[in-house]
Design a protein around this ligand. Structure first.
Ligand SMILES: [Mg+2]
Length: 293
């Protein structure tokens, strides 16, 4: 299935386009996915058992509690291995974690950072480090499938999505595999409130917005809603507006959107002071440096 072509050819039914990130924005799934699925597989596949407590701290900092929250899993893996390598507690336990050169090269040359592309690269290169990253990634997906269900959307999400849909074309803009996205959006009957679900197989978040736009919407009529800096960057790359769902204050953020953000977007009073206030609140919630440095 060609996700890119589908996204590019979405019917334009309204003057407005809204992109929703999924994990940690619509669904309260970030904690369970990272703590119960990504992190145990990270410790196992990269032999960090001897420093598991610190490996867990590194993983959660990179993926939940800092500016890199929501990063695609492969660059997030590299960042976690880098931070672990710089933290002496690992060396003190005989471990020398470090990012993988071949994985880095793949990340820099591939725009669809998902299992299908990595599988193809492993098959053509026979590289052991890429194979290890693939095994980790596949185990993560298996763990998510086994573990993550029954996680409802944040309170207020459904009302907001229904309200937005009256006036905007809506897409999911995510770096999660599309199969998992469909499962989650269908489980909670939210799939009928969006026109398309774009996952990691359809490229980056910035590409999703750009493809769905394809020059058909005015920049001030495009809004991205997300809980991570990457969501904001995707919006900026498209000169679009951004409404942050602030980590730790998600419910209040959706209340704010329902009360003010949504009507401001449709009436053209979102940009400027209102956008700035939302961004400042968001920046404060996501530190740059870990507290152990
Ligand atoms: Mg997110």
């Amino acid at each position: 299935m060609d996700f890119v072509a589908q996204l590019k050819n979405l019917p334009r039914k309204h003057d407005f386009l809204v992109g929703y990130d999924s994990d940690g924005c619509i669904f309260d799934t970030m904690e369970i996915k990272h703590k119960e699925c990504f992190c145990p597989a990270f410790i196992k596949h990269f032999q960090l058992q001897a420093a598991s407590k610190y490996a867990r701290e590194v993983w959660l900092f990179v993926n939940l509690y800092s500016k890199t929250r929501g990063l695609n899993r492969y660059p997030a893996l590299q960042r976690a291995l880098q931070l672990a390598g710089e933290w002496p507690v690992f060396a003190a336990r005989g471990l020398q974690p470090a990012p993988f050169a071949t994985l880095q090269a793949w990340i820099e040359s591939e725009s669809k950072l998902g299992i299908p592309a990595l599988q193809a690269k492993v098959a053509s290169s026979q590289d052991a480090d890429l194979a290890r990253a693939l095994a980790w990634s596949q185990e993560v997906d298996a763990r998510v499938k086994d573990m993550v269900y029954g996680v409802a959307p944040f309170p207020g999400v459904r009302e907001c999505l229904a309200e937005v849909r009256r006036q905007a074309d809506c897409i999911v803009v995510s770096q999660t595999p599309v199969e998992a996205l469909w499962r989650e959006w269908q489980e909670h009957n939210l799939d009928s409130l969006v026109d398309f679900i774009a996952g990691q197989e359809a490229g980056t978040k910035a590409e999703h917005l750009s493809l769905a736009n394809s020059g058909r919407y005015a920049p001030q009529n495009i809004l991205m809603i997300g809980d991570a800096l990457g969501d904001y960057k995707a919006a900026r790359a498209n000169a679009a507006l951004f409404f942050p769902i602030v980590p730790g204050a998600e419910e209040q953020s959706w209340q704010e959107f329902f009360a003010h953000g949504c009507s401001r977007f449709f009436s053209g009073t979102f940009a400027g002071a209102y956008q700035q206030e939302r961004l400042e609140e968001f920046e404060r919630a996501l530190p740059e440096k870990p507290n152990w440095q």
